[in-house]
Ligand binder design. Structure first.
Ligand code: ADP
Ligand code: ADP
Length: 220
């Protein structure tokens, strides 16, 4: 279950058409950039991939299934959407342990993802007090917890220092090289070109291009 299949997907909020008949496929083994200006509909599309928002029309299938049909979803799909979403005064460690238990993920994975994200030293600290960069790392730790074949990252370099940006770029490429499906949104072509091999470009909720970065750059 590694392919994300977006079919005729639309979303309206009252009079606003956020996503307008989008169809595209995201494949494993490469980083796919999801590019478009602010307000283009990237986050809305990603939320619909995760069943956090209900489509007005169309559907998203991940490995042939809807997200809500996945048992233990964190073992199939990892996502970084909205950093700082940790509430209730839990430590980073306990937040991850709680997610692991809810998804039948072995507790040993908690240590592993804390290492992968460089958060070992901060594991006992309250996640609510984390800086944006650390919250971003914790969100990525949560996304990696279930060792999922499919990963969605919404603007993952937002608010990070240069070292953090380089770290995330390398991480995305490593995850894709391991054969995972990696979709990463950005409003910056310069950012996407440095990370992605393939591009899905949208504007006003519509598909503008679905091509390799190389071909897109050559054509523009
Ligand atoms: P992007 O992620 O590309 O910046 P979004 O998906 O966040 O774009 O937004 C697409 C459009 O949908 C924008 O016009 C935005 O204002 C609107 N929108 C997004 N979420 C909501 C919501 N919950 N209620 C109303 N409008 C929304
Ligand atoms: P519940 O409804 O079981 O409380 P939520 O949807 O509120 O679950 O998510 C709980 C936590 O899990 C949040 O911190 C959220 O950011 C995180 N989360 C949800 N889905 C994913 C995912 N696919 N990958 C990584 N983290 C996720």
């Amino acid at each position: 279950g590694r392919v994300i299949d977006v079919r005729n997907l639309s979303k309206r909020y009252g009079g606003t058409v956020a996503v307008d008949g989008l169809s595209f496929t995201v494949r494993p083994g490469r980083v796919t950039g999801f590019l478009g200006p602010n307000g283009a509909g990237k986050s809305t599309t990603m939320r619909m991939m995760l069943d956090l928002d209900r489509p007005s029309a169309g559907r998203v299938l991940i490995g042939g299934r809807r997200y809500r049909e996945l048992a233990e979803p964190l073992r199939h799909v990892g996502a970084l959407l909205d950093p700082g979403a940790v509430h209730g005064g839990r430590s980073a460690y306990h937040h991850l342990l709680w997610l692991a238990r809810a998804n039948r993920i072995p507790a040993t994975r908690v240590r592993r993802v804390l290492e992968l994200t460089g958060l070992e030293g901060a594991a006992a600290r309250r996640a609510e007090g984390f800086s944006l960069g650390m919250a971003q790392r914790l969100g990525i730790a949560a996304a990696l917890l279930g060792d999922p074949p499919v990963l969605l990252f919404d603007e993952p370099t937002n608010g990070l220092d240069p070292e953090g940006v380089l770290w995330i770029r390398n991480l995305m490429r490593d995850l894709a090289a391991q054969g995972r499906t990696v979709l990463v949104s950005s409003h910056l072509m310069s950012e996407t070109a440095l990370t992605a091999e393939h591009l899905v470009v949208i504007g006003r909720g519509r598909l503008l291009a679905d091509t390799t970065v190389r071909e897109f750059v050559a054509a523009h």
